[in-house]
Design a protein around this ligand. Structure first.
Ligand code: ATP
Ligand code: MG
Length: 419
């Protein structure tokens, strides 16, 4: 029979790894909360049109990566490939409930893209993202970038570079596009097939091509920052000054573009040297045109998304100790078992992760089980201990043992094992 394994590019998340994810998710909640963001959850399935319209017909995602199929009624639907389009859709759909602008949302969840699976590239992957909708002030860009920088610092990931650029706006983008076409026009023979197509449709995307031959040509291409209108130029400078005022390091990456069409002005990536070819851990930018493109009033916005899988690869191992068992109870004999079984329930209700051995098993066997579960403490209750009215609590690390009165077992144990 054919094995019923998970699909290619789809991954199970098992204990050992899944606790790390929970730990990061909880750091996300605390940090994003402090920066004034509220959680939002949008559906995983949306109308296909939402993504084609917002992400853009000529992007990799829409051209070849979407999980699109017909719903039972024949309507085209798509598993979301990214989060921003859905957040903006929800913002517009519930606009009347949102009293204060800017609205600040964050999300965590799965995204789906039919890419070639490889290291750091899955078909179902997970993103954490944040969006600020309704404010043009460059200070918002700085706030968002300060959140991104601080978050990585908080979870212990260093060695990241914040790369920023400005992509201009509807005023200065067309002349920049023309400048790019002027530059690449002389090199069409050397550019790849995809880039030849991009040349006509969306020449900015040539700058994002991953092929070495195209990258080489790109080196001397015109930079968008040199083609900015006065407003975009002032905005870009204000962002840089704001970052400096918070002492946040950054570099200007003159050919940084985003794959998605709706970006304007500030674009950025958090990159690392430690992940090989897939070097972006987080990416984002301003998308002042998107809300209007989706049918709302003209509303500026900015956001980012970070890839959980890539972030996980960078997370230092040493900080993660939360899956260990706090207490393993070793009852020896039925009487001991009856006495401590209710205590197990009490301990768990006090948030102490605990397990109990099989009372029929020998001490040695139960201790082995405690070791396997990586228990920090073991509570031994044998026949002798029952007679003396005392149990023995052993610190598995220091090997120190203390006696605890049976009549006050719960409090006695908690007093010893709570840090
Ligand atoms: P790339 O240039 O690496 O394809 P992208 O421009 O498609 O990136 P975004 O759409 O900006 O990426 O997504 C933001 C982040 O989500 C990326 O920086 C990365 O960490 C993560 N990400 C994107 N696609 C995948 C994937 N297929 N598998 C795992 N993580 C991904
Ligand atoms: Mg991609």
């Amino acid at each position: 029979m054919e094995k019923l394994n998970a699909l290619k590019g789809f991954k199970d998340l098992l204990p050992g790894e899944s606790e790390k994810w929970e730990w990061v998710a909880s750091a996300v909640r605390k940090t994003f909360h402090a920066f004034g963001f509220s959680p939002i959850r949008t559906p995983i399935l949306e109308r296909t049109r939402l993504f084609t319209r917002s992400i853009g017909e000529t992007t990799d995602i829409v051209e070849k990566e979407m999980y699109t199929f017909e719903d039972w009624d024949g309507k085209p639907v798509t598993l979301r490939p990214e989060g921003t389009a859905s957040v903006v859709r929800a913002f517009l759909e519930h606009r009347h409930q949102i009293l204060a602008l800017p609205a600040k949302f964050y999300y965590q969840g799965p995204m789906f893209r039919h890419e070639r699976p490889q290291a750091g590239r899955l078909r179902q992957f997970h993103q954490v993202g944040a969006e600020i909708i309704g404010e043009i002030d460059p200070e918002q860009d700085v706030e968002l970038l300060s959140l991104l920088s601080y978050f990585f610092q908080r979870i212990g990931i260093s060695d990241l570079t914040l790369e920023i650029n400005s992509l201009g706006c509807t005023v200065c983008r067309p002349p920049y596009r023309a400048a790019l076409q002027g530059y690449f026009g002389a090199q069409l023979d050397t550019l790849c097939e995809d880039c030849n197509r991009r040349f006509h449709q969306n020449p900015l995307r040539i700058l994002d091509c991953k092929k070495e031959s195209c990258k080489a040509i790109t080196t001397d291409a015109p930079a968008s920052a040199n083609h900015l209108c006065q407003e975009c130029d002032a905005h870009f400078k204000a962002v840089q000054e704001g970052l400096s005022s918070l002492k946040l390091p950054f570099v200007i990456s003159k050919h940084l573009v985003r794959g998605l069409d709706y970006y304007t002005k500030t674009a950025f990536e958090m990159t690392t040297q430690n992940l090989g070819a897939q070097n972006a851990v987080a990416a984002g930018g301003r998308y002042d045109g998107l809300v209007e493109a989706l049918g709302g009033a003209s509303t500026p916005a900015i956001g980012f998304a970070m890839g959980m899988e890539r972030l996980m690869q960078l997370l230092p191992e040493s900080d993660i100790r939360y899956s260990a068992l706090q207490l393993f109870i070793v009852p020896l004999g039925e009487a001991a078992h009856q006495h401590v079984f209710p205590v197990l329930y009490d301990l768990r209700r006090k948030n102490i992760r605990s397990e109990i051995g099989k009372s029929g098993a020998a001490l040695k066997k139960q201790m082995k089980q405690a070791d396997r579960l990586n228990a920090a403490f073991v509570l031994i209750v044998g026949e002798q201990e029952m007679e003396m009215g005392k149990a023995v609590l052993r610190n598995m690390k220091t090997k120190e043992q203390v006696e605890i009165e049976l009549f006050n077992l719960l409090e006695g144990v908690i007093a010893q094992i709570s840090p």
